[in-house]
Design a protein around this ligand. Structure first.
Ligand SMILES: [Zn+2]
Length: 191
């Protein structure tokens, strides 16, 4: 997948670093994240917003596997969202994390908190993918679109790896008769 051109600054930008931004006349413009933030800052008057780009960082999980995290900082009206995610090619895949703060928050503090959140997540493994079983009694992850299921069944990402709903179901069958609790949390919450 190729790069896309920001309609504001004209820079070639990878798809994960672009945002479709609705303009007043009902048209959608493709903007790079920085131009998107500049436009929101202008329209909301939050001109003190630090429109920074954070370099990717590499972190090692508890099994010694490296993970490269990219960041996207977005000004969303009166709040700031910081996303961290892995890429497969030019698309987001694998682990993803988010934190949100008020618009007058310090984005570098937010980055520090997000890195700590990533570190906590990478220190735990929930599934043994070789033996295809749940290691302990808790599974944490996030819900994604499964291309092969057309919206009928989710794809879940656990330990940064994709797992079909079928596979997760099969793993649960080793605890037939046990209870379970399913908690859904928004992307910025701590699980
Ligand atoms: Zn731009």
């Amino acid at each position: 997948m190729g790069q896309e051109r920001c309609e504001q600054c004209g820079n070639q930008t990878p798809p994960w670093d672009t945002i479709h931004c609705g303009s007043g006349d009902g048209r959608y413009e493709l903007l790079c994240t920085q131009c998107f933030n500049a436009r929101i800052a202008e329209s909301t008057g939050f001109t003190d917003f630090e429109n920074v780009r954070f370099d990717p960082i590499r972190m090692i999980d508890c099994h010694g596997e490296p993970h490269q995290f990219h960041f996207q900082l977005r000004l969303l009206g009166d709040r700031i969202a910081l996303d961290a995610f892995e890429l497969r090619g030019e698309l987001r895949a694998g682990y993803r994390f988010q934190l949100i703060c008020e618009v007058d928050g310090d984005v570098f503090v937010l980055l520090g908190r997000l890195v700590e959140k990533i570190r906590r997540a990478l220190s735990v493994r929930h599934i043994d993918f070789h033996e295809r079983r749940i290691i302990d009694s808790t599974v944490r992850g996030h819900i994604e679109w499964d291309e092969s299921q057309a919206g009928r069944l989710p794809l879940v990402v656990v330990d940064g790896k994709e797992l079909s709903w079928d596979d997760l179901g099969r793993m649960l069958m080793s605890t037939e008769g046990w209870q379970f609790r399913l908690d859904i949390a928004d992307p910025s919450e701590e699980l």
